[in-house]
Ligand binder design. Structure first.
Ligand code: SAH
Length: 289
């Protein structure tokens, strides 16, 4: 069987060497050098020829190589000017990629305009879908995933690597230490699964922490309409801002008195936000409207 080639550590070092640069820690530059994991990531995304793929952090193009041969179109965002230059060279002949030099986040809670517009303008008429496929830089992973889930319902699958701690939050259930708004919003919108655990040596240079590969598949039906997800997420976040308080006290900061009473009447409001399961968050949210 013909196994598709994936950039090796030597090849990456050579690309950086020619450009006269070294991996930059402040941009979370850890390149995935394990070919099997790289192919697994792409396989999990099940990319079709009409799909729009969003890649955040193109780096030297190791993952991008596998995307250009599969996707209808790719929007690849890279913040590092030198790596952006390497990507432009590498994909000069590819007709199906837009390479953007900028921070993938416009603000703390919003993806950049180029990503938002690509998602908005995507025409799914030929049966394609919008997917995030990326080895996510550490600093942007949480806000990026959160905003895609909350504000961009057209994105229907997210496959990415991320530090294990964020992966644990994505899959956490009520009662788990890492359970919080990220778990609740992810699981409201998606089936969420850790598909692989990734040791530091799968990356070059090695990160200080373990990573995981995540697959998030957006549910076809959701208890909350896509247009209401932003207000749902704001509600959950606002209550969790007072996570040390009881539900009854926390709600005083978030909703008016009649709503507090409606919510507290039908449940044990002496619990903390962290002991409220997803379906109950949905039920509480319905009572705010
Ligand atoms: N895609 C490559 C590189 C992953 S390392 C691979 O699969 O191995 C993460 C990449 O994200 C780096 O190239 C880094 O420069 C880039 N990056 C870091 N912060 C970013 C941001 N805010 N917006 C866009 N790219 C960013």
């Amino acid at each position: 069987m013909n196994v598709e080639h994936v950039q090796t550590k030597q090849e990456i070092e050579q690309l950086l060497g020619v450009a006269g640069i070294r991996p930059r820690k402040r941009f979370g530059q850890h390149f995935l050098i394990d070919g099997n994991l790289m192919r697994k990531l792409v396989n999990c995304a099940e990319i079709g020829p009409h799909d729009l793929v969003l890649e955040v952090g193109g780096g030297t193009g190791g993952l991008t190589d596998l995307l250009v041969s599969r996707a209808g179109h790719i929007v690849c965002v890279e913040v590092d000017r030198d790596l952006h230059g390497i990507l432009l060279d590498r994909f000069a002949e590819a007709g199906n990629i837009t390479i953007v030099l900028r921070d993938a986040l416009e603000s703390k809670h919003r993806v950049c305009r180029e990503l938002a517009e690509a998602i908005r303008d995507f025409d799914g008429g030929q049966g394609g879908e919008v997917k995030l496929v990326a080895n996510l830089p550490y600093q942007v992973a949480t806000p990026l995933v959160m905003d895609l889930l909350v504000d961009h319902p057209a994105v229907c699958r997210l496959v990415f690597t991320v530090q294990a701690e964020v992966g644990e939050r994505l899959v956490a259930h009520v009662g788990d230490k890492s359970y919080g708004p990220l778990s609740i919003v992810s699981q409201l919108r998606c089936g969420v699964e850790i598909v692989a655990r990734i040791p530091p040596q799968a990356f070059w240079p090695r990160p200080a922490v373990d990573s995981v590969m995540m697959r998030m598949e957006v549910r076809e039906t959701s208890p909350i309409a896509p247009g209401d997800v932003p207000t749902f997420a704001r509600f959950v976040r606002a209550v969790f801002d007072h996570r040390r308080k009881t539900l009854r006290s926390a709600l005083r900061y978030v909703v008016d008195v009649p709503t507090q009473e409606r919510i507290c009447r039908s449940r044990d409001a002496s619990r903390r936000p962290e002991s409220v399961a997803l379906n109950e968050w949905v039920a509480m949210y319905e009572l705010t409207r």
